[in-house]
Design a protein around this ligand. Structure first.
Ligand SMILES: Nc1nc(=O)c2c([nH]1)NC[C@@H]1CN(c3ccc(C(=O)N[C@@H](CCC(=O)O)C(=O)O)cc3)C=[N+]21
Length: 286
């Protein structure tokens, strides 16, 4: 027996098609959403992700604004680019690709962004809105995970979700989404200080592995019938490694593979945030 696939590629393609229709409706009103990306340094992974985001934009009809800085850029130079994108009316939303090279203060950069243009949902004001339950852009990976489960009819209401990893893009915010009344899950957040990781994972109906530790989640740890989402990506000379051991597919009912699971959904939710920000700015918001 092998698990069903939570197919992020197909789901993201369907979402892009929906968004293309909304972009066309904006175009009728003379509004073209524009996504800006700020890439500092030459990390190959970051470069690949940013390239993928611009390909997605082209497909949906979103304009792209690409800003690049060398790895030795100063804090002031990065903040200058942030100021320019804040002021640029053709840029309706943007992201600063993380992590920034050592020596740069990512939190100061995030705080300097215009929260209305924050396509990642990582500005402190928008993270605060998430805590308060006020509408705003949601962090892309958590939003993508919720959407991926919803579109495959994997129930979250009353489910026990075990999240592994406490990073600011996934582990920290995802519990806030999953415990909203609309999702109604119960969330345990595990991290490197967790004593009995296997026991926590074993109790879960849904496992979100976002630790960045290859093969961390093994088949013995997983409750038969669970849904397991692999969010970890570790680049090695042999290729990409996820946090979920491949044999987990023999135990779980559902697996979001890496690649082809959560990554494409993250990109699709970035586009959704950009389109929604442009709709808000045009007075078209739902
Ligand atoms: N400000 C900011 N926002 C982010 O959203 C952000 C970031 N910084 N820094 C890095 C992480 C990572 N991330 C990914 C997005 C898509 C894939 C993706 O599409 N992966 C494909 C292919 C994997 C590959 O070939 O590299 C897949 O899983 O199928 C992966 C990783 C966004 N991040």
């Amino acid at each position: 027996m092998s698990a069903n696939i939570l197919d992020g590629r197909a789901t993201a393609a369907a979402i892009r098609a929906e968004l293309a229709g909304r972009v066309a409706a904006l175009a009728e009103r003379g509004v073209v959403p524009g996504l800006g990306t700020v890439l500092v340094g030459d990390d190959p992974g970051s470069r690949a992700y940013v390239g993928g985001k611009h390909r997605d934009c082209a497909q949906v009809g979103i304009a792209s604004i690409r800003r690049e800085l060398p790895a030795d850029a100063t804090q002031a130079q990065v903040e200058q680019v942030v100021d320019e994108l804040n002021a640029d009316p053709s840029c309706t939303g943007y992201i600063v690709q993380l992590p920034l090279p050592r020596g740069l203060d990512a939190n100061a950069v995030l705080e300097r962004m215009d929260p209305a243009k924050d396509a990642d949902g990582l500005h402190p004001v928008n993270l605060g809105r998430l805590v308060l339950g006020v509408d705003g852009p949601l962090p892309c990976t958590p939003r993508g995970i919720v959407e991926l489960l919803r579109r495959h009819d994997v129930a979250l209401a009353g489910a026990r979700v075990c999240v592994i990893g406490r990073g600011v893009t996934v582990g920290r915010p995802i519990g806030l989404l999953l415990t909203r009344r609309s999702e109604n899950a119960t969330v345990t957040l595990c991290h490197t200080g967790t004593k009995a990781l296997a026991q926590h994972v074993r109790e879960a109906d849904v496992v979100v592995a976002a630790a960045g530790s290859p093969g961390l989640i093994t088949p013995e740890m997983v409750r038969p019938g669970a849904a397991v989402l692999d969010v970890g990506i570790t680049r090695t000379d042999e290729g990409l490694l996820g946090d979920v051991h491949p044999d987990v597919a023999t135990v779980a009912d559902w697996v979001a593979p890496m690649p082809g699971g959560v990554g494409p959904m993250t990109r699709a939710m970035l586009l959704a945030n950009v389109v929604e920000a442009a709709e808000h700015a045009a007075g078209l918001a739902a």
